[in-house]
Design a protein around this ligand. Structure first.
Ligand SMILES: [Zn+2]
Ligand SMILES: [Zn+2]
Length: 418
């Protein structure tokens, strides 16, 4: 900037400050905010104080009283920081961010101030307040840095309500689970009668099933993280009566509002595996970003199944082999009867990629079937009264049904461990 321009700007700043000072009582923070883009390394309070001193020397004195714009808000920065420190007591964090909800009155005053005194150098009240509270919080709590994306702690100061709300960033842990027994649902299943309230039918547990993979996996994490809630997001789900074996099914465990976030995952893995011993096992645990939840849930992974199948009449080995080979390709499936009450009735096409098996007896076979995500295996075998075409039953001309089903592999190149 040339000397002439500097002189010109100096005159404008002095003139602008004089107009603002004459308009009503104003705090140094708000006065400094109006010239926030002037100079570096000063706080707004320092800027405001310097301008006030300069103008006083020139004979223009500010009016006494509470700041008409912020109503003394900047004088309460330390109080808000104290409340934030109290709210975050005992919680592990590295990064934080403050947000503020202005009261309608403050919003109006701020808008009016900006409109009446457009210096072109103003910093918004929200921006300035959030930064000042953050600085005070960091000084008082002794650690932490501002995290603009995914901060561990988010404080929302609601000025109209006079409240401070603390949100803790959840933890996301990726891994794979094995379900070694039948009869356990993947996630907590609220009682059909009371919807989780607790009633006679569910023995006041609020649950349809006493245990779930979710609860068995989450338990040690809730203790270690001092959290009350966790959700298991699976890459699809097996039927309650199907086991999940082989390499396991990918999942992300979301631990809500963890007070501790430095978890020893190998230790927790061994705790889950010891406590849920004969039922559920987990492996490959590691922390992932939140985006992995959507990735795991939405990926249509390829799945391999082992099915124990019963036939109504005797089958020859060659007939079975031919029928299984002929099934490879596109399968048209109308939504199965057993799930039609909760899913839209439509016809979907899914590919059966591999299909083999052998007879254990003339009326029983063990099959290994690999299909695209979404292929219904029980219906592929039974035909579901003609709703699945082709089917093993139709190709054999003999009624067939799955007696036992295990998922033995879930694969996709999208998974974090592939
Ligand atoms: Zn003010
Ligand atoms: Zn109930």
């Amino acid at each position: 900037m040339s000397a002439a321009n500097q002189e010109q700007q100096g005159k404008e700043v002095i003139k602008g400050t004089a107009i603002i000072l004459r308009a009503g009582p104003i705090c140094d923070d708000c006065l400094g905010r109006a010239f926030a883009k002037l100079g570096h390394g000063f706080s707004n309070r320092q800027r405001g104080g310097a301008l006030r001193t300069l103008l006083s020397m020139l004979g223009v004195d500010g009016k006494p009283g509470t700041c008409w714009i912020c109503d003394g808000l900047f004088g309460r920065v330390e109080d808000w920081a104290d409340r934030a420190v109290a709210a975050s007591q005992g919680i592990e964090f590295e990064s934080y961010l403050f947000g503020v909800k202005l009261s309608p009155r403050l919003s109006q005053m701020e808008a009016f101030f900006n409109e009446r005194f457009p210096t072109g150098l103003t910093e918004s009240l929200k921006h300035a307040f959030n930064r000042e509270v953050g600085k005070a919080f960091e000084a008082k709590s002794g650690h932490g840095t501002v995290g603009l994306t995914n901060p561990h702690l988010s404080f929302i100061i609601d000025l109209a309500q006079g409240k401070i709300e603390l949100r803790i960033l959840p933890l996301y842990i990726y891994g794979r689970y094995l379900k070694l027994v039948r009869g356990i649902p993947q996630t907590r299943w609220p009682c059909r009668h009371c919807r989780g309230e607790g009633c006679k039918a569910c023995g006041f547990t609020g649950k349809q099933y006493l245990e779930s993979v979710e609860e068995l996996v989450a338990a040690p994490f809730l203790t270690a993280a001092e959290a009350e809630e966790a959700h298991l997001h699976g890459a699809g789900r097996e039927d309650i009566d199907a086991r999940m074996l082989g390499t396991g099914r990918p999942f992300v465990l979301e631990v809500v509002s963890p007070r501790n976030r430095c978890l020893d995952l190998p230790h927790l893995q061994s705790l889950v595996n010891a406590s849920a011993a004969e039922k559920v096992q987990v492996n490959g645990l590691h922390f992932v970003p939140r985006e992995t939840v959507a990735l795991v849930k939405e990926t249509h992974a390829k799945k391999t199944y082992r099915a124990l199948v019963a036939f109504e009449k005797d089958i020859f080995p060659e007939t079975l082999t031919e029928a299984l080979e002929s099934l490879i390709g596109t399968i048209k499936q109308r939504t199965p009867q057993r799930v039609s009450h909760r899913r839209a009735d439509l016809v979907r096409e899914r590919c059966l990629l591999e299909s083999r098996g052998n007879l254990l007896s003339p009326r029983q076979a063990e099959l290994e079937l690999c299909g695209e995500g979404g292929l219904y295996i029980k219906e592929l075998v039974s035909g579901d009264n003609g709703r699945t075409l082709p089917s093993l039953a139709a190709r054999l001309g003999v009624a067939s049904r799955v007696v036992e089903l295990d998922v033995i592999d879930v694969t996709s190149e999208s998974f974090p461990d592939s």
